[in-house]
Ligand binder design. Structure first.
Ligand code: GDP
Ligand code: IMO
Ligand code: MG
Length: 424
């Protein structure tokens, strides 16, 4: 019966891949419910590192059925390639299920993502250029193609013709680009990819409900994070889906009464990739230390992440939005060696103190962090196994987070490895 949601509480890259893999030991299904290959989820097992984009993070366990849910946007070429690379490393992907209702990322979505970013110029969002926004836009405007359409040539061609008619007009008349050739797209999607995708396509919703009714454990793995949520994030500097817990229900087709646990992943500091406001952002030598020690470069895009101190105003808001029942705090090891650690507990906005997130973006944009300062610690945490291995200052840091967020920290990450965590 029980379903667990794993979500990011910040701007992504909190360590969702690692946590999902960790919790997957006790699960039967791991379901991705939104986003696409804009995600990069890292799992480190011994000397090996896996950077997953579309395939759910439970895939490394043979007992898990990984599911790409209806809310995900899928580039079938990327999916086939990711499976091939995993297979080459000895990972079996034969149990992977793809929802028939998931929307397809098409070649024109990449073009439009890049062109609209270029058009925005210095106001660009800094997207991953993977066609995510344009694909979700077509889903909402009801001109999208879905995975199930790849299994019916006539329907696929009918829909593609309608969509391409409009897209080619935009590409040529708005952006002065060459039109895309319908035969080339059809050849790629129907002739080359459909036979490889077909065995994975299923009624994912029916499958998940059968599993829940059978008493099996289902985990819903978020991509991106709370403040990249289309509704609740720092709009317009967001992604085009809903990573928050409500999005998990929609994107997997599971009602809220099935959800018994929501694990909110928080990095011990904060990072952001792409443009947008960031109250606790650091640009001094502390930033360089965090980037260097935390290896803060995009998992798939390689872009340098913007670092900052932990923001408890945002974390508390994320907890509210998704009914987070416990926090998994990652990368605590990266904070070893600082004399003092700052934690944002409120904002100063035009001389006024805010302990809750302002709803007006213009205010958030100018919010100045009010910090509590804590003494740091020098001990290397990478081999910590239990709470008693953590220095008092680190335990105090965790207690402060629990105090302000009113939520228990149940795991602490002390290194990238699968075994590098401390249960609390
Ligand atoms: P995700 O997108 O939320 O899955 O996170 P990413 O995989 O993009 O980025 C998180 C990075 O931090 C990866 O390189 C992980 O291997 C690494 N990582 C995860 N947890 C820890 C931790 O507790 N300590 C350290 N040092 N690295 C971690
Ligand atoms: P994971 O799952 C961090 C950011 C992009 C950009 C914005 C919109 O690994 O945490 P998009 O391509 O989605 O239209 O870009 O969202 N972004 C991420 N940042 N981690 C991610 O995924 C992200 N996925 C998208 O940098 O600012
Ligand atoms: Mg990532």
């Amino acid at each position: 019966m029980p379903a667990t949601i794993v979500i990011g509480t910040q701007w992504g890259d909190e360590g969702k891949g690692k946590l999902t893999d960790l919790l997957a030991k006790d699960m039967n299904y791991v379901v991705r419910y939104q986003g696409g290959h804009n995600a990069g989820h890292t799992i480190v097992v011994g000397e090996e590192s896996f950077a997953l984009q579309l395939v759910p993070s439970g895939v490394l366990y043979p007992h898990i059925t990984p599911v790409i849910g209806n809310g995900v946007v899928v580039d079938p070429a990327v999916l086939v390639d990711e499976c091939r690379k995993l297979n080459a490393r000895g990972i079996d992907t034969s149990k992977l299920v793809v929802s028939a209702n998931a929307h397809l990322i098409m070649p024109y979505h990449y073009e439009l993502d890049k062109l609209s970013e270029r058009m925005l110029g210095r106001n660009k969002l800094g997207t991953t250029k993977r066609g995510i926004g344009p694909t979700y836009a077509d889903k909402a405007s009801r001109t999208g193609l879905r995975v199930q359409d790849m299994l019916d040539k006539d329907i696929f061609m009918q829909k593609l013709e309608v969509a391409l008619h409009e897209k080619n007009a935009i590409l040529s008349k708005v952006y002065n680009r060459l039109s895309l050739d319908i035969r080339e797209i059809a050849d790629l999607y129907l002739t080359q990819l459909a036979p490889q995708i077909a065995p994975m396509v299923q009624d994912s919703v029916g499958l998940i409900h059968d599993a829940l009714e059978d008493g099996q454990n289902v985990m819903l793995e978020g991509a991106q994070a709370t403040f990249l949520d289309l509704d609740h994030g720092t709009y317009p500097f967001v992604t085009s889906s809903n990573p928050t817990a409500g999005g998990a229900c929609v994107g997997a087709g599971v009602g809220p009464m099935h959800i018994t646990r929501v694990v909110g992943i928080a990095k011990s500091y904060v990072t952001r990739v792409g443009a947008g406001p960031f109250p606790t952002e650091l640009t001094d030598e502390t930033a360089d230390i965090l980037i260097d020690r935390g290896h803060e470069y995009g998992t798939n895009t390689g872009r340098k992440r913007r670092p900052g101190w932990l923001d408890l105003v945002m974390l508390s808001h994320a907890i509210r939005l998704s009914s987070v029942s416990e926090i998994a705090l990652t990368k605590l090891d990266v904070l070893s060696g600082f004399d003092t650690i700052n934690v944002c507990v409120a904002y100063d906005i035009d001389g006024e103190k805010y302990t809750k997130l302002p709803y007006q973006q213009a205010k958030f944009q100018v919010a100045k962090p009010i910090y509590e300062q804590l003494p740091g610690w020098s001990k290397d945490l990478e081999s910590a196994k239990t709470k008693t291995d953590l220095p008092k200052e680190a335990v105090d840091y965790i207690s402060l987070i629990e105090h302000y967020s009113k939520t228990k920290v149940s795991f602490v990450g002390v290194g990238p490895g699968r075994d590098q965590f401390v249960p609390l």
